[in-house]
Design a protein. Sequence first.
Length: 204
Amino acid sequence: MSDQVVKTPILIYTEETPNPESLKFVVNKMLYPGGTADFRTVEDAQKWSPMATEIFGFPYVSGVYICNNFVSVTKDPLYTWKDIQHELKGFIKNYVMDGLPVVDPGYKEEQDRLEAEKHAREYTGDDVAIVQKIKDLIENVVKPAVANDGGNIEFHSFNKGVVTVILQGSCSGCPSSTITLKAGIEAMLKRMVPEVTEVISEIG
């Protein structure tokens, strides 16, 4: 019997997203189970994600979003997917096959801690319960649907009826994200949380 470790074959395919500048690279292995990690700069990636840091090494990469079993890469508009897709696909496949680290332990906990501190400073009285209800709806209803398109949405703030969310991954800069935001997310939140009057977005 050989003691040699047999590497699991990695299958990878791409999926288009609503954002023409973003492409999903889906593999048959969980990369970051139960979490989302969005990196808009190489500096952010260097703090927490060896994988994202390596992907940012390609000159055409402007964003990396990791969730479950896929990586959503956003490119510079000067490049076409036809020219760079094969190179990225090969790199991600080999990286995963080699079992290299994806996101460092503690990333989610650190993001949760920073968010909890921020909200503890900003909300008092009735707003605390309203904000929690909004966050629960975004987390449990909106986020899973958005993830299917290679994107992510995060609660940012609630002020006088206006909910601000942050769009990440393929949703960032996506032409159709405004339609989704108003027709879907805003309508649902206004129905479920009467205190909500409007939903607006910022780019993550």
